[in-house]
Design a protein around this ligand. Structure first.
Ligand code: GLV
Length: 291
C-alpha cells in the first residue's frame, strides 16, 4: 500500500477527506511518524525541499492550490508536480468577483458615501448590467468561469490573455468598467499592470484575485489618488499585508486576506485522487506543471 503525506494546514480535514477518496493508500499528516522511503505522494502547499528529499521513492507532488509561483520548481525532487484545478474553487472565485461587480455596478460605494452625509439622491445615472463591462486578464481555467458567471448575470464581458488577444493591454483596460486580474505570476507578468493600464481604466475598478506582484503598487496608489474609482485587493506583494501598508488605510481600497478562492477538501480531494490515479497509470493529469 502506498503512503501519502499531507502538509498539515488545518485540523485534519484534508487527511480525512483524502483517506476516504484514496482507500488504497495510507494517508498521514506530514508530522506523523512514517517510513520516509514508503512515501509515494505528497500533498502540499509549501513544504521545504529539504523535507521532500527524505522521500526517496516519491512519485508525485500534488499542490493544495492553483498557483505555484511560491515554489522554486528547480529545487524540488524530479517528479511530476500537479497544481489543483478544482472547478468548485473557480466557482468560489467567480462568486467573490460577481459580488464586487454588482457592488460597483449598483453604486453601493456611492450610496455609502452619501449616507455619511444623510444625502438622498436617487438620480444617479443608472448603469444596467449590459452596459457594465467586466474584463478578465488571464482567461485560463478560472478566468473563463469568472467570465461566464458574470455573462450569465447579464454583464458585458471581455477576456484578455497574453497568448490570445486582439488589442494592446492598455486598450483592453480602456474598454472595461472593472478589470479582474487573474494572470499567473511569472517573469513576464510581474508588474504587468502599471500606470499606463491604470490610467486607461479611468474611473473604473481593479479587482486583484491573482497575485499581488502582477500590479505595480506605487502606480496603483497613484491611480487611486487620482481618477481610479476603487481597488479590491485579495492578494499582495507580501502576505500578510504589513500593518504599515498604505493599502490598509486608503479610502478607495477594499482589502480581503487572500480568501477569494478557498481550497475545499470536500471538492478538492476527489480531484487530487483522480490526479494520483492518472500518475499511477503513467499518464499526465490536468494541471501538471511543465518544468
Ligand atoms: C491560491 O492563491 C491558489 O493559488 O490556489
Amino acid at each position: 500500500m502506498g503512503v501519502i503525506v499531507v502538509e498539515g494546514i488545518d485540523d485534519g480535514a484534508w487527511v480525512s477527506h483524502l483517506a476516504t477518496t484514496l482507500p488504497h493508500f495510507d494517508v498521514h499528516d506530514v508530522d506523523a511518524e512514517v517510513q520516509p522511503d514508503s512515501v509515494t505522494y505528497v500533498v502540499m502547499w509549501r513544504l521545504p525541499t529539504q523535507h521532500l528529499e527524505a522521500y526517496t521513492n516519491l512519485e508525485g507532488i500534488l499542490l493544495l492550490g492553483a498557483g505555484y509561483d511560491h515554489l522554486d520548481l528547480g529545487s524540488l525532487p524530479n517528479v511530476p508536480v500537479v497544481r489543483l484545478i478544482d472547478p468548485a474553487m473557480a466557482d468560489d472565485i467567480a462568486l467573490y468577483v460577481l459580488s464586487w461587480v454588482i457592488y460597483f455596478q449598483r453604486d453601493f460605494d456611492r450610496y455609502a458615501t452619501m449616507q455619511a452625509t444623510a444625502t438622498w439622491q436617487s438620480a444617479l445615472k443608472p448603469v444596467f448590467a449590459r452596459n457594465f463591462t467586466v474584463g478578465v486578464l488571464g482567461s485560463g481555467a478560472i478566468g473563463s468561469i469568472v467570465l461566464t458567471t458574470c455573462a450569465k448575470h447579464g454583464f458585458a464581458t471581455v477576456g484578455w490573455s497574453r497568448s490570445a488577444h486582439d488589442r494592446p493591454l492598455k486598450d483592453f483596460f480602456r474598454d472595461c468598467d472593472v478589470v479582474v486580474d487573474l494572470v499567473p505570476l511569472n517573469k513576464a507578468t510581474r508588474g504587468i499592470i502599471g500606470a499606463p493600464e491604470l490610467t486607461a481604466l479611468g474611473d473604473g475598478v481593479l479587482i486583484n484575485v491573482g497575485r499581488g506582484a502582477t500590479v505595480d503598487t506605487p502606480a496603483l496608489i497613484g491611480a487611486l489618488n487620482g481618477e481610479l474609482r476603487a481597488a479590491v485587493l485579495d492578494v499582495f506583494d507580501s502576505e500578510p499585508l504589513p500593518a504599515d501598508s498604505l493599502l490598509w488605510r486608503h479610502p478607495k481600497v477594499f482589502v480581503t486576506p487572500h480568501v477569494a478562492g478557498r481550497s475545499d477538501p470536500v471538492t478538492a480531494a476527489p480531484v487530487i485522487a483522480a490526479s494520483i490515479a492518472e500518475l499511477g497509470a503513467g499518464r499526465t493529469p490536468p494541471g501538471t506543471i511543465n518544468r
